[in-house]
Design a protein around this ligand. Structure first.
Ligand code: AHR
Length: 497
């Protein structure tokens, strides 16, 4: 089978925001404890931050990290996680029915994010708490000094304001599982008033309103409309969350699932723009896809199955080759919507559905899904380009006919480098891809990296951490046309200059 794509730097879609390469650290399972933070570990620094995990997160190119939740935030008291560690209380975390020692809190997160060289993205608790506590947290973080809360931060060892710019107004407030779950109207009002007050305190901040927890939610669409009718003027972003998994061995549907992500994004864009039209606002909202990943949710027994342990092993999915190819296709979706999606956070970073796995007291390693993320973050630079792939269709049970190829491209005018990201969704046949490069005279293929394997179920484990790694392939440019072969069920990146 053949597919064709034209690459032309003139077909600009939008600038690729570095915030598309975000991640997420929630107080959940072993994401924090024995994930990013483990005092006493041989690689821990003086604060207890695991430097091996920091190095891997840096290698991934993570640009922004959402914290502290997730469902966790909706029952969290941020004050419990600041000040001397010996006086921090142990609490019940109702989201994951776990014991929270609060040894890791705001100061540790801020130190960690600075050592990573990434941007903080904080969520406020709009579940069991409200406007007052959100304001107190913002003042503690961002006000320079001379007030009780800002002086408390200084006394706790951080004289410089944290200058947190990005704030999520709660988490998944449409979900009945959320502590303090609200109707769209209730949430829209509290989001508007919290946003208004937070802007009064610091008008440099950017705010994210909770959209739907998934396209499958019964309230999807009406939730966004009602919420944005209340808070459009106060917010900069509306959030989207999506998790996918292979169901009943249906590989074709799983490989096609990014068409669902594309549709979800398009629908949220339309809904937000309809509210903009009705409110006569001049502002065009951007999207924050602040939770996305492959997550085998069928294997998770639900919150009620959990039994008050500290840092339990929760949803530590072991990702295979197929999962990595699909994760690559989600990053292609983000790049293909770079005109409207300004933030995207893979959920999560370490252990909990994470690209990074660790063992307590032991090593850390890269899961298969680490690679498409790291290579996309590294190579997608400058502008996202419009590509209109011409490809045969593949029938899928879940999504009907889907194109055999998912593709996105970037072009960096400063360096003259282009990158083409492509997934062959056909799990049995290779795909011959021809790329028209006439708009890039003299361009050559520098590298063709591929993530694929004869064994789609192969994984990286503690004993075989490098079983699955990207390989290099070749291709040739002839008369302005590049021809490459994409192996069955593969994620590919082609670097051109
Ligand atoms: O990432 C795991 C959980 O998934 C988050 O806590 C929640 O926001 C979502 O439902």
């Amino acid at each position: 089978t053949d597919a064709r794509i034209t690459l032309d730097p003139a077909f600009r879609l939008g600038t690729i925001d570095r915030r598309l390469f975000g991640s997420f650290v929630e107080h959940m399972g072993r994401s924090v404890y024995t994930g990013v933070f483990e005092p006493g570990h041989p690689d821990a620094d003086e604060l207890g931050l695991r430097t091996d995990v920091l190095d891997l997160a840096r290698e991934m190119g993570v640009s922004v990290v959402r914290y502290p939740g997730g469902n966790f935030v909706s029952n969290y008291r941020w004050e419990d996680g600041v000040g001397p560690r010996e006086s921090r209380p142990t609490r019940l975390d109702l989201a994951w029915r776990s014991i929270e020692t609060n040894e890791f809190g705001l100061a540790e997160y801020m130190a960690w994010i600075r050592r990573l060289g990434a941007e903080p993205m904080m969520a406020v608790n709009l579940g069991t708490r409200g406007i007052a506590e959100a304001l107190e947290l913002l003042e503690y973080c961002n006000y320079p000094g001379g007030t009780e809360l800002s002086d408390r931060r200084i006394k706790n060892g951080d004289p410089d304001p944290y200058a947190v710019k990005l704030w999520c107004l709660g988490n998944e407030m449409d979900g009945p599982w959320q502590m303090g779950h609200r109707t769209a109207h209730e949430y829209g009002r509290i989001a508007a008033e919290t946003g208004r007050a937070m802007h009064r305190l610091d008008n440099e901040i950017e705010l994210v309103a909770c959209g739907s927890s998934g396209r499958h939610m019964p309230t999807f669409g009406s939730w966004e409309t009602t919420v944005l009718e209340q808070c459009y003027d106060q917010v900069d972003y509306i959030s989207l969350h999506a998790y996918y998994q292979e169901r009943d061995g249906d590989v074709a549907s799983f490989l096609g699932s990014s068409v669902d992500m594309d549709a979800f994004i398009d629908e949220v864009v339309s809904t937000a723009d309809a509210v903009q039209a009705r409110t006569r606002s001049r502002k065009r909202l951007r999207l924050s896809f602040d939770e996305w990943n492959v997550w085998n949710q069928d294997r998770f027994g639900g919150e009620d199955s959990l039994d008050w342990r500290q840092a339990p092993r929760l949803i530590e999915d072991e990702y295979n080759v197929l999962d990595a190819v699909v994760v690559g296709s989600y990053l292609i979706s983000m790049l293909g919507h770079a005109d409207r999606v300004g933030i995207a956070c893979q959920a999560q970073l370490a252990n909990v559905i994470g690209p990074i796995r660790t063992e307590p007291g032991g090593p850390s390693w890269r899961q298969t899904i680490f690679y498409p993320f790291a290579l996309t973050a590294q190579l997608a630079r400058g502008e996202a380009l419009r590509v209109e792939p011409d490809a045969p269709l593949i029938d899928t049970k879940a999504y009907g006919p889907v194109p055999a190829i998912a593709a996105a491209a970037s072009y960096d005018a400063a360096t003259g480098q282009a990158a083409l990201f492509a997934v062959n969704r056909d799990s049995t046949n290779p795909l011959t891809l021809t790329v028209d490069l006439r708009a890039l005279p003299g361009a050559q293929l520098r590298t063709h990296k591929v993530l694929a394997d004869d064994d789609l179920r192969a994984t990286n484990t503690q004993s075989h951490p490098d079983r699955v790694v990207p390989r290099e392939l070749t291709g040739h440019v002839d008369g302005g046309t590049l021809t490459v072969t994409l192996p069955p069920a593969s994620w590919n990146v082609l670097e051109l200059s």
